[in-house]
Design a protein around this ligand. Structure first.
Ligand code: PMP
Length: 360
């Protein structure tokens, strides 16, 4: 253990949401509602289930290491060439690949305070210096982030909307920011929650790619597409950048079932629309109810809401667990008074709200 590299030993591990089975096992509860990992409460679409069933017959073979059908479906969907598309074991893996290819010891990686934890963890994994820029109103302070760029800056990670806060910045703000970023700095524009954004002034990751060759866009099938368990994400970038990233990719990083299901999920945009519509309706109901209870939810453009519950947040979290409701503490982000609550189905949200009415 003493021989471990200090920059690795110092990493605070990523803390995932508690699995439903764990709480059921611990408390013997029959009804557990998990609103902790920003998953799609509708589960998977029927078309995906059918595709998965058919794919079971080929599990004896290695998957297509180049993910031809999935990359070609993504290329068509995003109006790119296949050479601009890479798939990963969740977009998480791709975020880390970018770090491993473009940054190392002595380099700086910029991200916002309260931004997705994996950016800082990636900086630590590759031995680069994490540069965390203070947030503004719990969102990215793009002006301050631009001001933090130095000759050592290699990568800037942006999440829009951001997790865990749900914050969002518009196209104009992003454009003003991009104009201040030197061409040698890689900008990762993480669109994990893209589908949920319903604003006219939303930036387009695809337009960003067209205008700036130093941009990498990442997206995921884990949220609106309902495939969290299968771990599939993709990135879009210049073909040369994809070529570089591919050099460190393990063979067969996305398994066969995941490839087949992701193709089916991409082809079922009605399911995505239904998921987004449910989120829109339920998010506003949950926000209104939380506000009436005296809590302070942050504005959110995602499928979750980050709520200021006051100094009792940790105790409320424990009480919710006893009542079978799993939400996500964000103390590890330096937000000890907040809980992040994913938006569920109508019944799941009702369970959350009735449990909250019982906590003291
Ligand atoms: N980016 C953001 C902002 C996220 O919140 C998440 C999931 N928590 C991811 C990326 C990674 O998602 P996945 O690896 O499931 O694609």
């Amino acid at each position: 253990v003493d021989q471990a590299l200090p920059h690795v030993a110092n990493i605070s591990p990523y803390i995932p949401g508690k699995p439903v089975s764990e709480l059921q096992r611990e408390l013997g509860l029959s009804r557990v509602t998990k609103l902790a990992s920003n998953e799609n409460p509708l589960g998977v679409s029927q078309r995906v289930e059918q595709a998965a069933q058919a794919a079971l017959k080929t599990l004896g073979r290695y998957p297509d290491g180049n993910a031809y059908y999935l990359r070609s479906a993504i290329a068509e969907f995003t109006q790119r060439t296949m050479a601009e598309v890479m798939v990963g074991n969740g977009s998480n893996e791709l975020l880390e690949f970018v770090g491993r290819v473009f940054a190392g010891p002595g380099d700086e990686i910029i991200f916002s305070q309260y931004a997705f934890a994996v950016y800082g963890i990636t900086a630590q994994i590759v031995g680069a210096t994490p540069v965390q820029v203070p947030a503004k109103d719990y969102g990215h302070d793009l002006a301050a982030m631009a001001a933090a760029i130095t000759p050592k800056t290699k990568i800037i990670y942006l999440a829009n909307p951001n997790n865990p806060t749900g914050s969002f910045f518009n196209a104009q703000a992003l454009d003003a920011f991009m104009q201040q970023v030197p061409a040698h700095v890689v900008v990762v524009y993480d669109e994990a929650y893209l589908e949920y954004v319903e604003r006219d002034d939303a930036p387009s990751g695809l337009a960003l790619l067209d205008n700036y060759p130093n941009v990498i866009v990442t997206r995921t099938f884990s949220k609106a597409y309902g495939l969290a368990a299968l771990r599939v994400g993709y990135l879009l970038a210049q073909p040369e950048v994809v070529g570089l990233l591919n050099r460190i990719r393990a063979p067969f990083n996305v398994n066969e079932l995941s490839q087949v299901c992701a193709v089916a999920a991409l082809g079922d945009q009605d399911f995505v629309s239904a998921s987004v519509a449910l989120n829109k309706q339920e998010r506003s109901k949950v926000i209104t109810a939380l506000t009436q209870m005296g809590y302070q939810p942050l504005p959110s453009e995602g499928n979750f809401v980050c709520v200021n519950m006051g100094p009792n947040a940790a105790s409320i979290n424990q009480q919710l667990l006893q009542l079978g409701v799993i939400v996500r503490p964000v103390a590890n982000y330096g937000m000890a008074d907040f809980l992040r609550i994913s938006i569920g189905t109508e019944a799941e949200n009702a369970h959350l709200l009735s449990a909250l009415a019982q906590v003291s």
